[in-house]
Design a protein around this ligand. Structure first.
Ligand SMILES: Cc1cc2nc3c(=O)[nH]c(=O)nc-3n(C[C@H](O)[C@H](O)[C@H](O)COP(=O)(O)OP(=O)(O)OC[C@H]3O[C@@H](n4cnc5c(N)ncnc54)[C@H](O)[C@@H]3O)c2cc1C
Length: 379
């Protein structure tokens, strides 16, 4: 019989940004917590993403969650005791001239966002060129969010994990949970090497792997693993503190970039490739990189001559409606979900962690969670 190695109030399956930030905020509330991670914390989507800390472009109903996260990002270094390279240089969405209808959509979005506490400034014409002279001639208008920016994804989840550990959380790496079930009052989680973990509450934050984990509790969620394409250029003098992206209904045009203070430009967007969670692989397809570069040069032609020094991708789990699953299980008391962030979980990550901790600790939250209800997959 296997010895029970850990009993805690909450066991978290998956040590990405969601799991690690939830652990940190649970410990702040004095709740004992164990994070179980197959590999090292923050190595999957949370550590391989682009690093956009942007609120605009999200569904309006998600802005309260994004605002909560934004407040945490602003104080992250002090809160966590380490630098996550959060740079509040602003975030800009632009539309191209061949889609003039997008200007109206931007205005409409800005009006609704303002009601949710997100102030966006619409900029076009000479003013746009004066303020952002590096934008290409194809750019027609921009929506500017001054209080957003970007951060370093490689640092964020590990910083939350270290801070959670300092508060007393057990961060258990190299521990793949291969099965979990409810046994009386407690859940029993079985690791690949046979160790057992028990807790009366379980939070599933297993990213692209979470659909299968939820299925252990008869609550399967279809998750499609995909791989956004990332590219880094050689460093050039730091000149662009904001993060910039294209607003378009065409996936192929949805390119974005940011410059890190060391000078490299990080590019992202355009077509996503498939990814392979069972093999822990997300291959970069060269054609996706080429397509990305084609549209990036429309956005900022000055980037075109820069040498590409590195490309990579990561494994991200997408739901069919591109919305996450967040909230309590509909079937098993004590079970909670926070997964399926569909390519846009980095910014909201700390807000997800704080909201899930609040929900677990108090049974309620003011953050609207109805759109993320797991029951929408019942049909
Ligand atoms: C290339 C790329 C670019 C992106 N760009 C952005 C962006 O700019 N802005 C933005 O907001 N979002 C972006 N995203 C999305 C964002 O990164 C994710 O939504 C977010 O990181 C998801 O965090 P997570 O903790 O849910 O998942 P993950 O970080 O994937 O963590 C899940 C963890 O669970 C672990 N796990 C799985 N199964 C088990 C098990 N059985 N036992 C133990 N551990 C398990 C995994 O090993 C993994 O570490 C991007 C994603 C990618 C891949």
């Amino acid at each position: 019989m296997n010895a029970v190695t850990t009993h805690s109030d909450v066991a978290i399956i998956g040590g990405g940004l969601m799991g690690c930030s939830a652990a940190f905020f649970l410990r702040q509330r004095g709740i004992s917590v164990t994070v179980l991670e197959t590999d090292k914390v923050g190595r999957q989507a949370s550590g391989t993403n682009f690093g956009n800390v942007r609120r605009q472009g999200r569904p309006i109903f998600q802005l309260p969650l994004a605002n909560r996260a934004s407040a945490i990002w602003r104080q992250a270094n002090a809160l966590l005791g380490s630098d996550v390279e959060y740079l509040q240089g602003g975030h800009m969405r632009v539309c191209f001239r061949d889609r003039p209808g997008n200007v109206g959509a931007m205005e409409d979005y800005a009006a609704k966002a303002r009601e949710e506490g997100l102030d966006l400034e619409l900029i076009s014409g000479n003013m746009l060129r004066q303020r952002f002279p590096w934008l290409g001639p194809e750019v027609l208008a921009a929506s500017w969010s001054p209080l957003d920016g970007h951060a370093n994804p490689r640092l964020a989840a590990p910083a939350f994990a270290r801070a959670a550990a300092r508060l007393g959380a057990a961060i258990v790496e190299d521990t793949k949970i291969v099965h979990a079930s409810k046994q009386g009052e407690d859940f029993e989680l079985v690791a690949e090497d046979g160790r057992l973990f028990r807790a009366p509450v379980v939070l599933i934050t297993a990213g692209a792997w979470a659909g299968k984990v939820a299925a252990w509790f008869d609550e399967p969620v279809p998750i499609t693993p995909r791989a956004p394409t990332m590219t880094v250029t050689e460093p050039v003098p730091f000149a662009i503190p904001c993060s910039v992206g294209v607003m378009t209904p065409e996936e192929i045009e949805t390119v974005y970039f940011r410059q890190v203070e060391r000078g490299n430009l990080v590019l992202g967007g355009s077509t996503r490739a498939p990814s392979y969670p069972d093999e822990y692989r997300a291959w970069v397809m060269p054609q996706n990189t080429l397509t990305q570069l084609e549209h990036i040069r429309r956005l900022a032609p000055g980037l075109a001559p820069l040498q590409i020094i590195r490309v990579w991708s990561g494994i991200e789990g997408y739901t069919d409606d591109y919305l996450p699953v967040m909230g309590p299980s509909a079937k098993v008391p004590g079970l909670f979900h926070a997964f399926g962030f569909s390519g846009s979980g980095f910014q909201i990550g700390p807000g997800v962690g704080e909201t899930m901790a609040e929900l677990i600790a108090t049974g309620a939250t003011d953050i609207p969670l109805a759109p993320y209800d797991v029951r929408r997959f019942d049909k």
